[in-house]
Design a protein around this ligand. Structure first.
Ligand SMILES: NC(=O)c1ccc[n+]([C@@H]2O[C@H](COP(=O)([O-])OP(=O)(O)OC[C@H]3O[C@@H](n4cnc5c(N)ncnc54)[C@H](O)[C@@H]3O)[C@@H](O)[C@H]2O)c1
Ligand SMILES: [Fe+2]
Length: 385
């Protein structure tokens, strides 16, 4: 069999790595004037200023785009791109969570391709390249710093969609666990579960390969051990370091293997109820993996093994699915991720999302047959679980 392996983004990783940003942007990429992309939260905690000073000290001219919003809306991407073109920047640096990094990617798409961004939703192999990009994640979740896609909210359609392709790849990812030390408890949990969802969906994904399996298994083992530690003690440096590494590994895994129904449900819930991405993806993940065991029970067995959940020797696919569902749910609950009921969402409203899931462009990538009625059953089972 011939397997396609996606190559990865070069990375500089470790405590203090972000203090080399200016040096790398100037020496490695040769940029003289960059667009610095971040959101108000990063400004408030002082991280944006540290990176800005570091770039300035390296003699780099900076144009700031600090309007990033969660679930980045298309109009802000278009506004940022207009600024980048007007200022003729020769590089982009994004510091922040997935929203900042994805906004930067969307801006890069539009530097040499006509807006609107929604024209480019889907797989895009032939878009004109933009400028070199450097991504500095401050959450341990999305893995966006190493993935080949950006997730953008389409305001007119009221949904989220992705641009996937080489134009979304960073020239360099600078991964510094120190920047996650102050990540609030709830964000630590939600983003950590997002990374777990990437890994378990990648393992059971339609395009999984031996490399993505290895990365995803390692990520699941690491997150199972270290997310509860980071959640209960945000100042634990080892836990922060392990979590940012795991989220990067999970991002690399799903760049190869793709994610599936857990994320499709998460995107539909996120667009409808405006809940954080990681929480949306966690809601029905246990049910999704239970369902995946019907066809992918060997892969689901791997997930259980990585999570330390025991499976008896002669277990049927159905029994393996139940063990995985229970292990995932109790882990998700251990970091206090709320279910739909706890989020204050009515069951009838939640069920209305089921047909939207099947309309998502990501739905075509789900590696097994599934109907809106089955998605509704999953939402019902997850509602107060
Ligand atoms: N491109 C991809 O491959 C990919 C993968 C998964 C998710 N996503 C997308 O990423 C987005 C979610 O990103 P996210 O979960 O990283 O959150 P986010 O970027 O939306 O940030 C959430 C909040 O956390 C704050 N924050 C971030 N880092 C902080 C820190 N170190 N200290 C204090 N506050 C901090 C931000 O200011 C913001 O208010 C969603 O839009 C999702 O669809 C993209
Ligand atoms: Fe995700």
């Amino acid at each position: 069999m011939i397997t396609s392996y996606e190559i990865f983004v070069p990375m500089l990783m470790g405590s203090g790595a972000s203090l080399r940003t200016g040096l790398k942007v100037r020496q490695l990429l040769g940029c003289k004037k960059i667009l610095l992309v971040y959101d108000a939260g990063l400004k408030n905690v002082g991280i944006a200023d540290v990176i800005e000073d570091n770039l300035k000290n390296a003699g780099i001219e900076i144009v700031i785009f600090d309007k990033v919003l969660p679930d980045p809306p298309d109009y802000l991407v278009e506004e940022g791109a207009e600024l980048a073109r007007k200022e003729n920047v020769d590089g982009i640096v994004a510091v922040g969570g997935g929203s900042s990094i994805d906004t930067a990617k969307g801006i890069n798409v539009l530097i040499n391709n006509e807006p609107p961004i929604m024209k480019y939703f889907g797989i895009q192999k032939n878009l004109k390249f933009g400028v070199p990009m450097v991504f500095i994640p401050t959450t341990s979740g999305t893995g966006s710093e190493v993935t080949n896609m950006c997730v953008i909210s389409c305001v007119s359609r009221g949904n989220k969609d992705s641009v996937v392709g080489p134009v979304c790849m960073a020239s360099l990812a600078i991964i510094d666990p120190d920047l996650t030390m102050g990540l609030p408890k709830k964000m630590t949990a939600a983003t950590g579960i997002d990374a777990l969802a990437h890994a378990v969906e990648a393992i059971t994904g339609s395009q999984a390969n031996p490399l993505s399996d290895a990365l995803a298994r390692d990520a699941i083992r690491t997150i199972s051990k270290w997310l509860p530690v980071a959640y209960n003690d945000g100042s634990n440096e080892e836990a922060r370091e392990k979590m940012i590494l795991a989220s990067t590994f999970a991002g690399m895994a799903f760049t190869n293997a793709l994610v599936h129904l857990g994320h499709t449900i998460g995107h539909a819930l996120g667009a409808h109820f405006h809940i954080p991405h990681g929480i949306g993806c966690a809601i029905a993940l246990p049910e999704v993996i239970e369902y995946a065991a019907k066809t992918e029970w060997k892969k689901v067995e791997m997930i259980c093994e990585c999570m330390g959940a025991e499976i008896k020797e002669d277990a049927t696919p159905e029994e393996i699915g139940i063990v995985a569902k229970n292990a995932l749910r109790s882990f998700i609950k251990s970091v206090d991720i709320p279910n739909l009921e706890e989020l204050g969402i009515q069951l009838e409203d939640a069920l209305q999302v089921a047909p939207l899931v099947t309309q998502d462009t990501g739905f075509a990538l789900i590696p097994y047959r599934i109907t809106a009625a089955r998605v509704a059953e999953m939402l019902k089972s997850a509602y107060d679980a």
